[in-house]
Design a protein around this ligand. Structure first.
Ligand code: FAD
Ligand code: A2P
Length: 375
């Protein structure tokens, strides 16, 4: 059996062991702490090096700009600070009244495309806009989750003076989205809502938005327009601003450059605003050129559907002579799917002129001369 003295003596004998263990833990911890501090010290310069690298890249860019400044004068992209944006937002949209809604298509056309006009005169603050902007439409009703439908954007098809030149309306060019799914025809929510609305109906409008598709101020600018379907909407506004006599009286913008519209539509009956465009050609033969690609009636050189990119290739030389002129702007609007085709055509067309499109396009973009709005 253990005596009390033996137990005490045994306990005391463990003290050095406990101290030794405690000392071991402490030194190990200290060593790690020291290593961590050392590591952090050595890591800091790495972080600095990354920062320095970033600055170096920026410096290189800046010096590039500096050196190019001496090589040739560059057009600086305008900021358009005075262009109105977001006067009305989704939480407090403006309720505009429909004053017109009619089909833009002829007998035998495919689908449904309407020209729709809203009255803005009671908006306060006034919902003003400029050519090339878009507005948002919030369709009535709720989505599958019982929430109000989200807004959809539509390019404005009228000039700031409106179709009646009184400056208090806005017009859109809307194609009803329709597609087949599991043997069923699905109608797009907002495009169907818009194509169905009647004069007198109230519609929630937001915006205006967008500065990508604005026209330059210069009266001697050249404007090349590449549109498919409803992509004609902003182009219609530009062309009215340039060539519609009453609009011209109002806007005092005396367009003196060349406007060239490439228009893609599936059938002749689907060509939009055709009568106006024909009138502009007759009245402005030296300033307006109109090239159509009617995909389901015309064939390209390979026997396929004729698209605007095929027309671009046919006119490569003339088109690139225009693009080489600093006063030329190019606008692309409509189907997102046309972008690769246009790029390919521009690449080939540029090659024929000894130019490199992959270098030229970013330059045009930087100079604010290449404008794209596809959806
Ligand atoms: P939704 O009910 O929202 O249905 C669209 C959805 O349906 C798609 O997101 C996709 O999920 C699905 N879908 C579509 N097609 C198919 C298919 N083939 N197969 C399977 N699923 C499919 N439109 C115009 O008509 N005119 C304009 O001027 C115009 N301007 C625009 C400007 C901008 C800047 C943008 C971003 C878009 C513009 N649009 C324009 C398109 C417009 O905003 C809407 O996207 C379009 O009207 C469809 O909306 P919706 O509510 O009818 O369709
Ligand atoms: P298609 O539908 O015959 O293939 P809309 O909006 O009225 O349908 O018109 C769009 C036009 O753009 C149609 O002529 C359509 O041709 C054409 N299109 C379709 N896909 C492309 C594409 N990838 N590039 C250029 N045009 C296209």
């Amino acid at each position: 059996m253990y005596s009390q003295a033996k137990v005490i003596a045994g306990g005391l004998a463990h003290i050095p062991v406990v101290i030794a263990v405690f000392y071991f833990i402490l030194t190990t911890f200290n060593k790690r702490a020291l290593k961590f501090v050392e590591d952090s010290k050595t890591k800091k310069p790495e972080a600095k090096a990354v920062e320095t690298k970033k600055v170096a890249v920026l410096k290189t860019e800046a010096s590039k700009t500096e050196s190019s400044k001496t090589e040739a004068p560059k057009i600086v992209k305008k900021k358009h600070a005075d262009v109105p944006v977001n006067i009305y937002r989704p939480k407090t949209p403006y309720e505009g009244t429909v004053i017109g809604n009619y089909s833009l298509l002829k007998e035998g056309a495919i689908g449904r495309v309407n020209h729709i006009t809203f009255d803005l005169k009671d908006s306060d603050p006034f919902l003003n806009y400029v050519e090339g902007q878009s507005i948002g439409i919030m369709p009535a009703g709720e989505d599958a989750n019982g929430k109000p439908h989200k807004l959809r954007l539509y390019s404005i098809a009228s000039t700031r003076h409106g179709d009646d030149f009184n400056g208090n309306t806005v017009s859109l060019c809307v194609r009803q989205l329709q597609y087949e799914k599991d043997g069923e025809t699905i109608n797009g929510v907002c495009s169907t809502y818009l194509c169905d609305i009647k004069p007198g109906d109230k519609v929630k409008i937001t915006g205006p938005v967008g500065k990508e598709m604005l026209l330059p101020d210069e009266e001697d600018a050249n404007i090349v327009m590449l549109a498919t379907g409803t992509g004609i909407a902003p182009m219609r506004a530009y062309l009215r601003r340039m060539f519609e006599p009453t609009e011209k009286e109002k806007n005092k913008w005396n367009f003196k450059g060349k406007a060239w519209l490439f228009m893609g539509a599936p059938k002749s009956a689907n060509l939009l605003y055709e009568e106006d465009l024909q009138r502009y050609i007759v009245e402005n033969p030296d300033n307006f050129k109109y090239t159509k690609a009617i995909s389901r009636e015309q064939q390209n050189t390979k026997g396929g559907r004729m698209y605007i990119q095929d027309r671009v290739l046919e006119s490569a030389n003339e088109l690139f002579n225009m693009i080489e002129d600093e006063k030329t702007h190019i606008y692309l609007c409509g189907l997102k799917g046309m972008e690769p085709g246009i790029d390919e055509a521009m690449t080939k067309a540029a090659q024929e002129k000894g130019l490199n499109w992959s270098e030229l396009r970013p330059q045009l973009k930087k100079a604010g001369r290449w404008h794209v709005e596809t959806y």
